[in-house]
Design a protein around this ligand. Structure first.
Ligand code: FES
Ligand code: FES
Length: 153
């Protein structure tokens, strides 16, 4: 079964088993390894990406459901050789604490900045993204620093 999808603006045709996880297609078939696996059970948010404008947990999406869709991963946020303001803020404020949760945190935060009405605050916006080690203070500070340019917090 051939499946067409767009990832970070590039068009692909892939022929994986139809129930192969989008997460694995991204990482193994298409070499977009920025999206990470944490729990693999839809609980931690590490694998978060944006598909047709909606946040998805790529460990829970069979590739057959991504046919014809546009997927944005952490690698798709930077533009014209410049980091997205969230990526820059995570660097400057120390929010990039580990390589597993950070991509999903930034993707969820990017969605929040574009859809500020869908969450009460940063905490609610990132409620689906777990940090299992260091804590959320610097992560929230990073999102707040980036969001100040949007005047939403
Ligand atoms: S790896 Fe997908 S939610 Fe944890
Ligand atoms: S799990 Fe990534 S910083 Fe805690």
């Amino acid at each position: 079964m051939q499946i067409s999808l767009t990832v970070n603006g590039k068009n692909y045709q892939v022929t994986p088993p139809p129930m192969k996880r989008l997460l694995d297609v991204l990482r193994e078939d298409l070499a977009w390894t920025g999206t990470k696996e944490g729990c693999g059970e839809g609980e931690c948010g590490a694998c978060t990406a944006i598909m047709d404008g909606v946040l998805v947990l790529t460990c829970m999406v069979p590739i057959c459901q991504a046919a014809g869709k546009h997927v944005t991963t952490i690698e798709g946020l930077a533009a014209d050789g410049k980091l997205h303001r969230l990526q820059q803020a995570f660097l400057e404020k120390g929010g990039a604490q580990c390589g597993i949760c950070t991509p999903g945190m930034i993707i969820a935060a990017a969605y929040y900045l574009e859809h500020p009405d869908e969450a009460e605050d940063i905490g609610e916006a990132l409620a689906g993204n777990q940090c299992r080690c260091t804590g959320y203070t610097r992560i929230f500070e990073s999102v707040k620093a980036a969001s100040s340019l949007y005047s939403i917090v």
